[in-house]
Design a protein. Structure first.
Lengths: 360, 285, 295
């Protein structure tokens, strides 16, 4: 009986178990040494959720999410340190500014019927990074800014990692729950409809372009909030944290977590973070290994499990879904096709005319 | 209400040199079942797409419920009246209401190729149809405000109602693509009905159905008409059309060549000539 | 700014723009035949440049041989990328393919950084250094090579596409892949050929620019972006517009730095490309929206 109830409510149980686990992590007798890493996982998860939703529902990739992350961080830093504004107010202003920026770029891009978001966001990421580096009077240039104040409520200041851990995960879980509510609502249905069949969605009164822009703005706002929390955690921001590699890592997190997946984002952020920190640093002698692995992950996951690693595992059929049955057929075809295609290609070269002339 | 629910005036649609819809004037009477027929390539689906807002007219106007579906953009006011006819401005001063706005106004449509949302269940497909008739947005959804929860219940109830109307009630939680084609088409119609339209455009609803399913389809169409919704269908199956259509418009090569009741159209010489070689035996029955 | 300086900036813009044009052609070819935006395009340029250095300077091969081998390897990588990564992802959605090309780009860059190190390298220019006087400006001989080879490649490509069977088959795939396969064109082979040509052109670009602008494992990102802008001008379908777009971008960049417009110091030079891109997208979306209204 309990088993049947458990099976039905297993997702609630899983989430509850996750929350309990997360609440215990920063304690020394549990996993306290990972507190710092887990803070970053929480921050990354916030950005990743937005990215997962963006990629899952608009079908386009953002290669510049770190730009919004950086904007949030720098806005918070500048407003709270240089101008002495209340950090919470600064966070809100940063989110609004970043969201507005995303709206301005988003509209022309999503109106176009092509896949321009990837390059446009790549460019924006590069521009932002350049600006962070060059506008020394605002941002402190390549060395960045220090001395950013802690967040505090009343007299209670978030001055230890322990306290900030709970702050960050509070925000992170809040965003996850909010996102889940959105997906299960009328808005979420509209988004899934767009994902399913755009023409039909449009015929049901759904303004496809507007929804795509909204999701883009939402992902930017999430990233901005994450950036603000980042600034008040490290108390120092510098452009290196927001370069192209950062955006790539975020895409890797989203791909592992699953496009259009919400809770998968934690999985994606967590595994990528642990991969980069624990595993790859160990292979210090092999330069660029991290980029090579990221590239491999992106390719392999998209070829074998396009809906994302987490989603494939979650449906319990990951091993089936890897189309193992396809693999021998693919290999056979490759073995057969490759020489044929090369032969075809060579035969079309002008030089080949010479070859053929000498044959009877 | 008086007057036709939908009219087109001098509607022209050209794709480069090819004129798909050539100066078509039609009027759809409210509450009637109208069929648009014609040989292949006559421009029937193009006409549908124009009415639904998928294509923009090259010129001409479409009037729904007495209001034109054209509107002037905000910058039109800046152009002095004398300049409005000038080549630079002529085609830029009217915007045509986009498809999603027309659905909100009350025009619904189905597609030749069904176009279901494969990533959703049967019921969710119909609930999506309730989108233009519900209001709660991002914030209410994110915070699960009582307003949102209440509207969700209404949407759920309404969706079940439409689902039961087409007889698919017990399939509510199945994946939409697991249904056989005939039922998928019914689902698509129910989904369009969920937008609570005044006018519904059915694009070849009978394609791919067997005789029994076609009879049920005719029944369904009559029930839709009895609900007060005006039905317009494009169809190739002549017995089906002649059986339910109260008014028939015949197109050929982008032009309207005849219209009238089933009996009148069957005897029309131009119609017979257009169909020569196809289905003429129906005219002799 | 004097007339001489103006011509100087113009020429350097033309040189730089030629490279953008070449990269843009690579994007355009692949997109028009397969509807895929190949993010690894910039990496083919990087491979051409790095390999020409490694083969000629480090391995000591005679320069013409090194260049040819570098280009062939770049083309080979393009072919491998298509066969291993793109073709195996059957039935993949557009976003999957884009992510796959991004993954391939990063992978190639990582391997290059691993094998060749992170430092910038400078292969020797084809006909030595020096200054040739031209209309009051001084340009390096390498610049003439760049412009000349770009011109040559563009013409050869044009002839190939319009006068050979394969070229026409490629164009057929670009216009309507289904119809092309129905008349017996092997669309998969065409896609392979498109990738090989795009990679080869990218490799050629890398080989000619490296002696002048140095090569490093990370040069692909920026160059890819600028080539993308060039291709965007042509809507990814028109090679001629792509070439024009690339050259214009190069000239605008150069003049902006030369005239010192506003904040456009050389650090901001790259920002121009993105501004141009956004402008193009804005204009196109405006034109597209207007076309939709008429369409």
């Amino acid at each position: 009986m309990i088993l049947a109830w458990a099976k039905k409510k297993w997702s609630w149980l899983a989430v509850a178990a996750l929350i309990i686990f997360l609440a215990l992590v920063p304690f020394k007798w549990f996993l306290g040494q990972y507190t710092s890493i887990m803070i970053f996982v929480g921050i990354s998860t916030m950005i990743t959720v937005g990215l997962c939703m963006l990629m899952g529902y608009t079908g386009q990739v953002s290669l510049g999410q770190a730009a919004f992350y950086g904007l949030g961080a720098y806005f918070s830093a500048v407003l709270s340190k240089t101008h002495g504004l209340n950090p919470w107010l600064a966070m809100v202003i940063a989110a609004i500014a970043t969201g507005t920026f995303a709206y301005i770029i988003g509209y022309p891009i999503f109106r176009l019927r092509g896949n321009y978001l990837a390059m446009a966001t790549l460019g924006i990421g590069l521009i932002m990074w350049t600006l962070f580096n060059q506008m020394v009077q605002f941002t402190g240039g390549p060395d960045g800014m220090s001395g950013i104040p802690y967040l505090s409520i009343g007299g209670f200041s978030f001055d230890t990692s322990f306290k900030r851990y709970f702050l960050v995960w509070f925000f992170c879980l809040a965003i996850l729950f909010l996102s889940q509510n959105i997906v299960r609502s009328r808005t979420g249905r509209a988004l899934r409809a767009i994902h399913g069949n755009e023409a039909a969605a449009e015929s049901l009164g759904i303004n496809v372009t507007q929804f795509k822009v909204k999701i883009f703005v939402l992902s930017a706002v999430y990233a901005s909030l994450a950036g603000s929390l980042f600034a008040h955690h490290l108390r120092h921001v510098s452009p290196q944290s927001f370069d192209f590699l950062a955006s790539v890592k975020l895409v890797v997190m989203a791909v592992i977590g699953g496009l259009a997946s919400i809770w998968g984002a934690i999985f994606g952020a967590g595994t990528t973070r642990f991969l980069s920190d624990e595993v790859l640093l160990g292979f210090n002698k092999f330069p660029q290994l991290d980029i090579i692995i990221y590239g491999l992950i992106l390719m392999l996951v998209m070829i074998l499990m396009p809906e994302g690693l987490f989603v494939a595992i979650k449906s319990g059929t990951m091993w089936l879904k890897i189309n193992w049955r396809d693999l021998p057929a693919i290999m056979k075809r490759m073995k057969k096709d490759f020489p044929e295609q090369v032969k075809y290609f060579l035969s079309r070269l002008p030089l080949a005319r010479l070859w053929r002339k000498t044959e009877p | 209400m008086s007057g036709p629910i939908l009219e087109t005036k001098n509607l022209i649609k050209a794709f480069g040199g090819l004129v798909a819809v050539d100066n078509v004037d039609i009027a759809i009477e409210t509450g009637r079942i109208t069929a648009i027929i014609g040989p292949n390539g006559a421009g029937k689906t193009s006409l549908f797409n124009l009415i639904a807002g998928v294509y923009r007219p090259t010129s001409g106007d479409i009037i729904f419920n007495g209001n034109s579906l054209r509107y002037a953009p905000w910058y039109a006011k800046a152009v002095p009246p004398q300049m409005k006819q000038h080549k630079l401005f002529k085609n830029r001063l009217h915007h045509h209401a986009p498809a999603h706005k027309r659905t909100a106004l009350g025009i619904a449509r189905t597609f030749q190729h069904v176009n279901l949302f494969g990533n959703m269940t049967v019921l969710e497909n119909i609930m999506t149809g309730q989108h233009p008739r519900s209001k709660y947005g991002f914030f209410a959804a994110a915070l699960r405000l009582p307003k949102a929860r209440h509207e969700e219940e209404m949407i759920n109830l309404n969706a079940m109602k439409y689902l039961n109307m087409v007889g698919l009630g017990k399939h509510a939680d199945q994946k939409s693509l697991s249904l056989p084609l005939g039922q998928q088409k019914l689902l698509a119609i129910a989904r369009a009905l969920a937008t609570e339209p005044k006018l519904i455009l059915l694009d070849e609803p009978g394609a791919g159905l067997n005789a029994l399913e076609k009879r049920e389809l005719s029944e369904l169409i009559r029930r839709i008409r009895d609900m007060g919704i005006t039905v317009v269908l494009v169809e190739h199956d002549m017995p089906l059309v002649m059986g339910i259509a109260e008014w028939i418009i015949v197109l050929d090569s982008g032009m309207k060549i005849a219209e009238g009741t089933a009996a009148q159209v069957q005897k029309d010489k131009k119609v017979i000539a257009a169909y020569l070689g196809e289905e003429t035996d129906d005219a002799e029955d | 700014m004097s007339a001489d300086q103006f011509v100087q900036y113009l020429m350097s813009g033309l040189t730089q723009g030629s490279i953008y044009a070449l990269i843009g052609l690579g994007f355009t070819i692949i997109y028009s035949v397969t509807q895929i935006i190949n993010f690894a395009q910039g990496e083919f340029v990087m491979l051409g440049g790095m390999l020409s250095y490694v083969l000629a300077v480090e391995a000591g091969l005679p320069v013409p041989l090194a260049l040819i081998i570098a280009i062939l390897i770049a083309a080979g990588v393009g072919a491998l990328m298509y066969i291993l990564a793109i073709r195996t992802a059957r039935r993949a959605s557009v976003i999957s393919l884009i992510i796959i090309t991004i993954g391939a780009a990063i992978f190639i860059r990582g391997i290059a950084g691993n094998q060749f190190g992170v430092n910038a390298v400078s292969p020797t220019p084809f006909t030595g250094r020096g200054s040739i006087s031209f209309l009051g400006a001084y340009i390096e001989p390498q610049a003439l090579w760049i412009i000349g080879i770009t011109f040559l490649v563009t013409i050869l490509l044009y002839l190939f596409l319009s006068h050979t069977m394969v070229g026409k088959a490629l164009r057929a795939c670009a216009v309507n892949p289904e119809a092309a396969s129905l008349v017996g064109i092997n669309t998969k082979a065409m896609a392979l050929i498109a990738f090989i040509i795009a990679a080869a052109i990218g490799g050629i670009g890398g080989v000619v620019i490296a002696p002048m602008a140095m090569a490093s494992y990370g040069m692909g990102v920026m160059l890819g972006l600028k080539g993308f802008v060039a291709a965007a001008v042509g809507g990814f379908m028109s090679p001629i517009a792509t070439v024009i777009g690339g050259i214009m971008l190069g000239i605008i960049e150069s003049l902006a730095v030369g005239f010192n417009w506003g904040p456009f110091t050389s650090a901001y030079k790259d920002v121009i490309a993105l501004v141009v891109l956004l402008l193009i997208l804005l204009i196109r979306s405006g034109k597209l929206a207007a076309a939709e209204r008429a369409a």
